[in-house]
Design a protein around this ligand. Structure first.
Ligand code: 6CS
Ligand code: FE
Length: 332
C-alpha cells in the first residue's frame, strides 16, 4: 500500500517535470518561467500553478529633472500605472483636433479598409488605426515634444510610435472593451519583448460616467496575468471588435479588483491619460447619446522593438505594429 502510494507520487513528480521541461510548446509551461524561457508566457493551453507572475522591468525609468513630469507625477504613475492630466490641451488646439477627428470619420475611402474597425454589429467606425500616418495633423501631435518628452521620461530612452489609433465610441452604438493588458497582446501577437511602452490617450469629448470611460485597475501593472487559450489565426479581426483571447480569468480579475479597486478618470475634453503598457483596463458600452472619442499613441522604447510574436503563428498587419523609423501608407 505504502509502496503504491509512493509509486504514484513518483510518477506524478516525473510527469509534472516532463511538462515543465517540454521544449516544444510554450503553451505547456506550468510553473514560473526559468532563465532562458519567455518571462511572460501567455495564451496557454492550461493555467500556470500561480495566477500571475511579477513584472521584471521598472515602471518609471527616467528622472524628474529631465522634465516635463514632476517627481510627484512620476511617483503617481509608478504607483498606479497611470496618470491623468486634465486640460492638457484646450481652446483652438482642441477644436482643431476635434475637427480632424470628424474629418477622418467622414473619409469614404477608409470605409471597408482593414485599418478601419467597425462595431461588432453595425457599420459605425469603432477604431481607426495608424492615424499618425493617415493625418498630417495627428502625425504632428505624435511628434509633439509635450508627449514625446513625457514618454521619454517614463521609458528612460528614445521612444517611437508602435501603434496609433482613434477610438470613436459613438453614442448608443459604441460597445465596450473587455479587461486586458495591452502588453499581453503586443507580446503575444506583435513580439514586443519587454514592458518598455506607454500609451498617451487624449480625450477629445467630455468623458463622463455614462459614455463608457476607460476603467483601470491601479497597481495591476506590476503583475503579468498569463491568459488561457491559443491565439487563433487572424485573431485581430475578432479581438479589435470584441476581445475574447488575451482576457485574464475572472478569478484573477476578482482578486485584483478586490485588492486595488477600479478607477475611471473622467473630465472635460482635452485631458491626457498616460498609462503603462501592462495596466489592466477596459470599458463599458456607451449608452449615452454623446460619443466618447479619444486619440492615442503608443510609445515604445527603441531598444525594445518587436521581434517574432511570442504566442502567435504570424505577425499582425503593419497598421497595428509599426517599426522605428517606418513610414506606413494605406496603399500598403
Ligand atoms: O490589439 C491591440 O493592439 C489593441 N487592442 C486593445 C483592445 N487595446 C490595445 C491595442 O490598441
Ligand atoms: Fe487597450
Amino acid at each position: 500500500m505504502s509502496v503504491k502510494t509512493s509509486d504514484r507520487m513518483l510518477h506524478e513528480t516525473v510527469s509534472r517535470r516532463a511538462v515543465v521541461d517540454s521544449p516544444d510548446s510554450q503553451s505547456r509551461v506550468r510553473s514560473a518561467p526559468r532563465p532562458g524561457q519567455d518571462p511572460y508566457p501567455t495564451r496557454l493551453a492550461e493555467p500556470l500553478d500561480m495566477p500571475w507572475l511579477n513584472r521584471r522591468e521598472e515602471v518609471v525609468k527616467g528622472r524628474a529633472e529631465e522634465g516635463p513630469l514632476s517627481q510627484a507625477q512620476l511617483d503617481e504613475f509608478d504607483r498606479k500605472g497611470f496618470l491623468f492630466e486634465p486640460n492638457f490641451i484646450s481652446g483652438e488646439e482642441l477644436d482643431e483636433l476635434r475637427r480632424e477627428l470628424a474629418a477622418l470619420l467622414e473619409r469614404d475611402d477608409f470605409r471597408g479598409r482593414d485599418f478601419a474597425i467597425t462595431e461588432p454589429s453595425g457599420n459605425e467606425i469603432r477604431s481607426l488605426f495608424a492615424v499618425h500616418f493617415l493625418s498630417e495633423r495627428l502625425g504632428q501631435l505624435a511628434r509633439d515634444a509635450r508627449l514625446v518628452g513625457r514618454a521619454r521620461q517614463i521609458l528612460g530612452g528614445e521612444p517611437y510610435v508602435h501603434q496609433s489609433r482613434i477610438n470613436y465610441k459613438p453614442g448608443f452604438e459604441g460597445k465596450g472593451f473587455n479587461w486586458h493588458s495591452d502588453f499581453e497582446t503586443w507580446h503575444a501577437e506583435d513580439g514586443m519583448p519587454a514592458m518598455h511602452a506607454v500609451s498617451a490617450s487624449i480625450v477629445l469629448t467630455d468623458n463622463h460616467h455614462f459614455n463608457g470611460p476607460l476603467m483601470l485597475i491601479p497597481g495591476s501593472h506590476r503583475l503579468f496575468v498569463p491568459c488561457l487559450g491559443e491565439t487563433p489565426d487572424d485573431n485581430h479581426r475578432q479581438s479589435l471588435k470584441q476581445q475574447e483571447i488575451g482576457v485574464p480569468s475572472r478569478e484573477a480579475l476578482s482578486t485584483l479588483v478586490r485588492r486595488h479597486g477600479i478607477e475611471a478618470p473622467t473630465g472635460a475634453a482635452g485631458g491626457l491619460l498616460l498609462f503603462d503598457c501592462n495596466v489592466l483596463h477596459g470599458s463599458n458600452a456607451n449608452m449615452s447619446p454623446d460619443p466618447r472619442s479619444n486619440v492615442f499613441f503608443v510609445y515604445n522604447r527603441r531598444d525594445n522593438r518587436c521581434v517574432a510574436p511570442f504566442a502567435a503563428s504570424r505577425r499582425r498587419p503593419g497598421f497595428l505594429a509599426h517599426e522605428p523609423g517606418e513610414s506606413w501608407s494605406p496603399a500598403g
